[in-house]
Ligand binder design. Structure first.
Ligand SMILES: O=C(CO)[C@H](O)[C@H](O)COP(=O)(O)O
Length: 239
């Protein structure tokens, strides 16, 4: 019984993610260079985009934010571009782990793709975030740790320094077999749990100042718009 209701809840969330994703696709027009996010919500978006390419002959070029999203895009005949040919993207669309109401600051990187996601987001004229309403928070850090991508060599030193940034815990992300999780960039991730982040800007500055940190999952002042799907419909939050 409990299992059934958990499955129902997961199906409801998936449907909300799909709704936000499908709506976001209406922003994409012929000729655009598009950043493709990573994660289950972004996966719905890439599927919907592939459908437009197939049905309407929509002509776009895409830069995916992970190997998984690239494989999905290629399987749907979405052409891939690069930053040499397209230094700026018209739009990038991605999910998020937390969205702070008001500031539209984000935590991203649960799926391990935060570095490429940030590069693509800051290269886009418009960065659209697609979420279900469970992702909205008053304070960042409430539900999710901040993933920090670091180089593997000497990682224990960086882990120690990250603990001193006020994190309650800092845990290296691991695979099921206990080995360290590796990003597509061959780096590792330390998940730092702050429980509640009072000053995201100060924390972002502190974390990035540690030598060995490549980037972190705090996305500040990047979001143009958030599409939030909830039980009462679709809401559009703008920066
Ligand atoms: O940042 C991400 C991956 O690195 C994802 O966008 C984030 O984890 C949200 O994922 P989902 O859409 O599956 O809830």
């Amino acid at each position: 019984m409990a299992e059934n209701s958990a499955q129902d809840a997961a199906a409801r969330v998936a449907e909300l993610k799909r709704k936000a994703a499908v709506h976001a696709i209406s922003y994409i027009e012929d000729g655009m260079a598009v950043g493709l996010g990573t994660g289950s919500t972004a996966k719905f978006m890439i599927d919907a985009l592939g459908e437009r390419v197939r049905r309407e002959g929509l002509k776009i070029r895409a830069i995916p934010t992970s190997e998984a999203s690239e494989a999905q895009a290629l399987s749907l005949n979405i052409p891939i571009t690069n930053f040499a040919d397209d230094p700026y993207l018209d739009v990038a669309i991605d999910g998020a782990d937390e969205v702070q109401i008001g500031s539209l600051f984000l935590i991203k990187g649960r799926g391990g793709a935060l570095l490429r996601e940030k590069i693509v987001a800051v290269s886009a004229r418009k960065f659209i975030v697609i979420v279900d309403e469970s992702k909205l928070v008053t304070d960042l850090g409430t539900h999710m740790p901040v993933p920090v991508e670091i180089i593997p060599w000497g990682w224990e030193r960086v882990e120690n320094l990250l603990r001193k940034t006020g994190a309650k815990t800092c845990i290296p992300r691991r695979n099921d077999d206990g080995s360290l999780y590796m990003t597509d960039n061959h780096n590792i991730i330390i998940d730092c749990d702050y429980e509640k982040i009072d000053d995201p800007r100060a924390l972002a500055d502190l974390v990035i100042s540690i030598t060995g940190v490549v980037d972190h999952g705090l996305f500040l002042d990047i979001t143009s718009e958030v599409l939030v799907a909830g039980a009462s419909g679709l809401q559009r939050l703008t920066a």
